[in-house]
Design a protein around this ligand. Sequence first.
Ligand code: ZN
Length: 221
Amino acid sequence: MTPTVEYLEQKFDYYNQLCFEGQLIRPPFRLTRNVKTLGATRFHTRYHLFKGRQYYDLSIEITTRYDFPEDKLIEILVHEMIHYYILSHNWTDNTAHGQLFTAKMKELNSRFGLHITKQYRPDDNELIHRTGKWRTICILEFTDGKRGVMIPPQKYLSRAGKMVEQMEQDDRLHIAAVRWYTTNREIFRKFTPCRTRLHWALVDPTRLNDYLTDAKPIQIP
Ligand SMILES: [Zn+2]
C-alpha cells in the first residue's frame, strides 16, 4: 500500500498511544517520492541560553515511491516516531541510531511484537515488486536443472552475447539454454554485475519465475 497523509496521521495517533503513552504531538507529515530515503524526521536546531540545544519545526517524511506491505509501512513510520520522540525531548543520541534509539527500538519490538530495524531492508518479495532502472540480464539454464543469473556489463552487451554463445558451446559448462531479458525489477540489484569477466550466481529455479515478473525476452545479436 502507498500511504496518504490521513493514513499516516491515523497510524501515528494509534502508535503514539500504544508505544509512547500518548506523549507525542502529531507533527506535519510530508509525502515524498524518494527512492532511497524511505522515511525521515526533519528538524531545525537552535541554542537556548539556559536549556541548551533545542530541536524545533519537526516533521516526518515518508516516501510514496513503493507499494509496501502494511506491516513494513508501519515499521518505517514507527522508526521515524522513535527519532521524533528523541528529538521532541531535546535529547541527543550518540549516533544517528545510537544508544537512545536502540534502547527504544528494542523495547517496542519486544513489548509489541514489532520488527523495527535501524536500516530498513526490503525482502525478496518486495524487491520483485519494486521497479527501478532497466537492466539486461542473462539466464543460464544448466543441463542438471540449475539456473544462473548473469548481469553482463550493460555497455558491452553484444560482446558479452558473443562470449556467452561460446560458453554455450563449451561442453564442460553443461549449459542447456541461454535466455536474455530486460527487466526493471529491483530484485536483480542483489546480483553483482559483471565487469571484466563474465560470472553468474545460481538461483533457486522455483523462484526464478517470480524474479522475472514482467521481464521482456530479448535477442542479443
Ligand atoms: Zn533512522
